[in-house]
Design a protein around this ligand. Sequence first.
Ligand code: HEM
Ligand code: HEM
Length: 185
Amino acid sequence: MSAGTEKSNSYNTIAKSLHWLIVALLIGQFAIAWTMPDIHRDTKPVDLIAWHLSTGAFILLVMLVRLGWRLASTVPPAPANLPPLLQLLSRAMHVLLYGMLIVLPVTGWINANARGWTVTLFGAIPLPALVATGEKWGRQTGNIHQIVAWVLLGAVGLHVLGALYHRFVLKDALLQRMLPGEGRG
Ligand code: HEM
Ligand code: HEM
């Protein structure tokens, strides 16, 4: 494929930057989530737990910006030689990933508020409470939050396998359209 064709067939610089920023933030966020202490009734939101809350709030902010950018900009078309079913699956996976990356922080936020914790952005800007302290269903969102985190991990695994399938089996240029280089915003 010529350089000129690749250029228009690539995600723009902002879309790429936001994609890889989210990947980096998620690696940090899962590392924090799995190292932070178990949360009980009288646990205080300090140290690693505070980091989990504010990193999660930042992920939500970045995802909202990313969603806005995604809806406002054009994205490269699915590779023409890809069977329609795979095109559909790949688009559905992208929608699922966006959805989970919004549902996950929001359920965490609700659970934090139900525990009486204030969620802050960058540990400094307090965000409004989504539910009242002690709210019963707000407490249950903690379980949903944990389940969605595992489903997200599984979905990311399939997504990465898909990218590697393009790179090493189909040997097309799909991976390159999300890598630095060609393509401009
Ligand atoms: C995309 C961002 C997020 C990811 C990937 C994530 C991931 C996780 C994971 C894996 C756990 C389970 C930890 C364990 O096994 O013990 C967890 C727990 C928790 N997270 Fe998050 N989280 C995110 C965002 C947030 C946000 C924004 C908040 C609050 C503002 C939050 C609040 C919590 C709370 C309160 C728990 C404990 C839930 C419970 O034990 O009932 N999370 N998170
Ligand atoms: C936390 C991990 C990841 C998440 C949450 C994620 C999420 C996403 C999302 C939502 C899209 C759709 C972009 C859009 O249409 O706006 C996308 C596209 C893409 N991602 Fe990821 N991604 C992750 C990791 C990776 C990794 C590790 C690779 C490379 C091995 C990768 C390669 C790609 C490629 C090549 C595309 C473009 C697919 C296409 O053109 O149809 N992603 N990713």
